[in-house]
Design a protein around this ligand. Sequence first.
Ligand SMILES: C[S@@+](CC[C@H](N)C(=O)[O-])C[C@H]1O[C@@H](n2cnc3c(N)ncnc32)[C@H](O)[C@@H]1O
Length: 215
Amino acid sequence: MNPGARRRIIAGVLTLDDIVIEPPAEGQIVDPQAWFASPGPFELEIGCGKGRFLLCRARSRPDVRLLGIEWASKFYRYAADRIRRWGVTNVRIMRTDAAVFVRRHLPAGCLSALHVYHPDPWPKKRHHKRRLIQAPFVEAALRATAPGGRWLLQTDHAEYFERMRELLDAQAGLREVPFDDPTFGPGEDWAGTNFEVKYAQEGRTIYRVAYARLP
Ligand SMILES: C[S@@+](CC[C@H](N)C(=O)[O-])C[C@H]1O[C@@H](n2cnc3c(N)ncnc32)[C@H](O)[C@@H]1O
């Protein structure tokens, strides 16, 4: 964050410079609370695409602090500009590989929620190793999640969903909780993600599951 950023955030006006967080340097552990004008529960969305969920969540839950990570520069730029135009002050965005970021740069216990909606399914067997939800990522994300922190996952890909569930159900540090928990959200104000809206229109089945980290 540049030196004038905090003053502008307090005044409620964010520039792209404030909204965009540069990927950390090799070996750096980030302090997510330092990106915001005031502290709050920190949530991460991986693969935020054009930012529909990120923005709706930020607007409906002004008490939370959100970071969206997006690898594709076209979507990342679109989402960053959308955050600026919406004028929400509790969202930041970063362009990086989220798997590396979670593994190497997040402090332990910093996450109160992890959102992963329609991660790339890599349907061919020889490409499965490129999937986000794999054992090393799960272990790193678990370390970064605070006790009681939630994971919300959603996909339209039945086989990937099955693999996710096998992996996550076997994790001693996680227990399944209702996805639609009104005390946490998404609840009635759930606007869906960009891909969810598109796939729902095509009549595809959407698979969802949520977990909480055990103390
Ligand atoms: C299928 S799209 C879903 C986008 C959004 N979550 C939605 O539901 O509309 C998957 C997104 O994840 C992004 N992505 C895939 N792997 C990533 C990674 N390792 N780090 C950050 N973003 C990633 C892709 O660029 C893409 O925009």
